[in-house]
Every structure is written in C-alpha cells, then in structure tokens.
Design a protein around this ligand. Structure first.
Ligand SMILES: Cc1cc2nc3c(=O)[nH]c(=O)nc-3n(C[C@H](O)[C@H](O)[C@H](O)COP(=O)(O)OP(=O)(O)OC[C@H]3O[C@@H](n4cnc5c(N)ncnc54)[C@H](O)[C@@H]3O)c2cc1C
Length: 416
C-alpha cells in the first residue's frame, strides 16, 4: 500500500483512505475500529516496533483504564466529553472483543487479567493482522500538507511521500524519549495553524533541597503531601511517599509533579508539605487525591496522640514503634509541639521535577477547541488528532491510556 511518490506520477496514485501516524495506544485503537469498518488503513510508526510505551506502562503490567470518576487536567472538559462518547463500558467491550479480560485492583484501576502489558499489545497486533491494516515501522512523518482538492500529502524522514484521504495524528508527546516520546506532533500541528501549549513533564518524581532529607533515601512511608505555591496550598495527594537522594517519589509525589512543574516554570515559590500523622493513627491514610487544605490540619490531634504516647512510653521513646528509626533520628531533639508540627507539616523547598526522561506523561499540547470530542475530527476536513499529543493529561490510575484508547476508537469509528 505505501507508495513512493514522484511528482510526475502524482495524479495517477490512489489516495490511501486512512493513514494513522503513531503505533501507540491511540493509533492501535484507531486501526482496530477503522479496520473493522473495512477502511484500508496504513499505520506508520517511527520505532522499530509498535507499542513500546504500552509495554512499559504500569511497571510492565499496564494500568489500562480506570472505571472510577475521570481525572484530567489541561483541556479537561474535552477529555470528559470524549469519555462520554466512548465510556469505560465501551472500552471494556472493545478490549474483550480482542480477547483481553480485565481485572480491577482498587480505586477503579483496571489491568489485564494476565497482569502483563505485553498481552495488551499482542491482543491489538493479532486483531489488526486480520483487518485491512498495513503496518510500517522505522518510518517517521516529518511534514503534512493539506491539498487544495482535499486529502493530504505526507512526507517521511526517508524522503518518501504518500497521499492520504484521511489522516490521524496519534504520535503522543515528549515524555520518556527512550520509549519513543517526541514532540513531532506538536511541530506538525503548529505548522498547520493549531495552537500548541507549552509541554512540561507530569507524573514524575519531585526534587527538593537535599540537606533536610539527607540519610532518608530509600525510606517509604504513608503520607499526605500538600503542594504550596507562594505559601498557599494548590494541590494535595495521599499515598506512599518514597524518599530518594534528590527528593520524593511514589505515586502521591508524582501526582503533584504536573502542578509543581507549572509553578516552577512561572517562578512561583514552590514547597511540599509532608504530613505523616497517619503513622500515629491520625487521619484515614486512604490513597486518594484530595482537595488542598491548610497543611497543618491534623496538628492538634497529633499533639494529643504524642502526649498520650509520652504518658505510656516516656519522652525518649515517644516515636518508637510508629516512626521508622531513620526519621525518628532526624526528629530526636524536638519538643512535643515541634514534633507535632513536623509530623503534620514538614516543609521542603522544591527545586525541580525530574525531567521528561523520567515523566510518564507530558502536559500541554494541541489545544482542543477546534477538535470535535465525539469524533476527533479537527477543523481541517479529514484530519484527526488523538491521545497524548492533545492538551490533556490524566492522573495516575489508568486515566492516560484510557483517554488515548478512547480518542483512537472514536477517530477510527468516524473516519469517512
Ligand atoms: C513508564 C510509563 C508508564 C506509564 N504507565 C501508565 C499506566 O499504567 N497507565 C496509564 O494510563 N498511562 C501510563 N503511562 C502513560 C501512557 O503510556 C501514555 O499516556 C499513552 O501511551 C499515550 O498514548 P498515545 O497513543 O497518545 O501515545 P504513545 O503511546 O506515546 O504512542 C505514540 C507513538 O507515535 C510514534 N511517533 C511519534 N512521532 C512519530 C512520527 N513523526 N512518525 C511516526 N511515528 C511517530 C511514537 O514512537 C509512539 O510509538 C505511562 C507512561 C510511561 C512512560
């Protein structure tokens, strides 16, 4: 199906009905939906294989979607409308139609029942094999030009060109370049006049000033983390925090990275407040995203607990059995009110977030106001866009893949 185009033969070459750029979650979903409708489709992927990012998701287990409430940032309304057009039930039907059974692992997080990301890729690859879908890997789109009479001319890095009636751009974003992440889609979209907002990393570790956390690396603790901008709480997440030599990671720290990156970019004074009061049985310690509140909310209850513990254990042992030794050592010389404050509102200055290489997703991308969320059709007839290349990013828990798959299915169902 792919054709090398020579200008003199241009009019003789048939337009390919549907060309999909990017063999990730969105692109594969689009090929499945369009292929099932009998639409001849050419899938182009710049890596040497499809779905490299899918294989790395969920620590190799692929948290494929989330059956709970949607959680999106950026053009979040667009995401909600796309997911209203292709909700969890329909996504599940698509997955089971290619042999993928899913299981829930709490908080709506859905995984393949095999517990393996490669089952997801294998299911898609097998399904599209029997459809009119041609796959070309090691091929990179470098330019896309709408033609005056309709359709598009696509130019690839190797100098070859094809003509297409419809095109889906599904090339993802710049997060994790080692897996194929890049910003080609943003460059192509802006060359066509679409507005692209700044790309920043999200869902990655936080970097803090190092001296206060020295000696704590490797320590894993349940905590509530509040992100502060110029002293005001702007985001909050609860779960397991992991200290590293350079800062904090773990799901709750990663959840704050998107807003932290924006604040740092805007030169806001960013801090993170750690609340470990759950170690003393204060608060519920549930792993969830929370409305940001004043970070010292548990201080009075924590002080009461510490006083009670002192009564039973004495001054020297007040933290024994509740706080790991590494942390207890840091806090050893403090009075009870100081301890209560530090266990509820221990502030660290943020110096950065780990860069794109360590980010699971990028925020920013093509503004969606000229894209139909029910079909992914853009303001240019025959041009569709889907997935992480758009100005939408989701929370952890399967929301990013869910959005990417939903967009892809919608584009494949509606391409004409
Ligand atoms: C380590 C890691 C773990 C993650 N875990 C999860 C998880 O468990 N759950 C979850 O929901 N999300 C997770 N994510 C995020 C999720 O993987 C992405 O949001 C999702 O894959 C985006 O899908 P996409 O189809 O838009 O882009 P991608 O999956 O990135 O696919 C885009 C494809 O297009 C190709 N491409 C780019 N430019 C061109 C070009 N010019 N020509 C040809 N091909 C091109 C790329 O090589 C790539 O293969 C994780 C991400 C990472 C990095």
């Amino acid at each position: 199906m792919p054709t090398t185009m020579h200008p003199s033969r241009r009019r003789l070459i048939n337009f390919i009905p549907f060309v999909v750029i990017g063999g990730g979650a969105s692109g594969l979903a689009a090929c499945l939906a369009a292929g099932r409708r009998g639409i001849p489709t050419l899938l182009i992927e710049k890596n040497d294989r499809l779905g490299r990012k899918i294989l790395a998701t969920g620590g190799g287990r692929c948290n494929i979607m989330n059956s709970g409430p949607p959680a999106y940032f950026g053009d979040s309304d667009f995401a909600y409308r796309a997911l209203a057009a292709c909700p969890a039930g329909r996504l599940n039907d698509y997955f089971s139609s290619i042999g993928l059974c899913l299981k829930e692992e709490g908080y709506g997080r859905m995984y393949p029942a095999t517990g393996r990301a490669d089952s997801v890729l294998e299911a898609f690859e097998t399904a599209i094999e029997s459809l009119p879908v041609t796959v070309e890997t090691d091929k990179r789109l470098t330019a896309l030009s709408p033609l005056s009479g309709g359709g598009f001319e696509l130019t690839f890095q190797d100098g070859s060109q094809v003509l297409a009636k419809n095109v889906l751009l599904a090339g993802g974003g710049p997060a994790s370049p080692q897996l194929g992440g890049c910003d080609d889609m943003a460059a192509i979209a802006s060359s066509l006049g679409f507005i692209v907002t700044d790309r920043l990393p999200a869902l990655c570790a936080l970097e803090t000033n190092r001296r206060p956390i020295r000696g704590l690396d490797g320590l894993r603790l349940p905590a509530k983390l509040t992100l502060l901008s110029n002293g005001k709480p702007v985001d909050c997440a609860q779960g397991e925090a992991l200290f590293s030599k350079t800062g904090l990671s773990g799901v709750c720290a990663m959840q704050l990275a998107g807003r932290a990156a924006i604040g740092l970019e805007n030169k806001e004074d960013m801090q993170v407040s750690l609340d470990f009061s759950v170690l003393l049985g204060v608060g519920d310690g549930r792993m969830e995203r929370k409305e940001p509140k004043a970070p010292d909310i548990n201080q009075k209850a924590t002080l009461d607990k510490l006083q009670e513990r002192r009564h039973h254990l004495g001054d020297k042992n007040v933290l024994v059995g509740a706080v790991p030794q590494k942390l207890a050592k840091k806090l050893a010389t403090q009075t009870l009110p100081e301890l209560a404050r530090n266990l509820c509102d221990w502030r660290l200055n943020l110096t950065g977030v780990r860069g794109m290489r360590h980010a699971q997703v990028s925020q920013g991308g093509v503004k969606t106001d000229t894209i139909d969320p029910a079909t992914m059709q853009t303001s240019i007839s025959g041009l569709y866009m889907a997935g992480e290349m758009l100005n939408v990013d989701g929370d952890t828990g399967g929301h990013n893949l869910m959005f990417a798959f939903a967009c892809g299915f919608l584009a494949g169902e509606h391409v004409k």
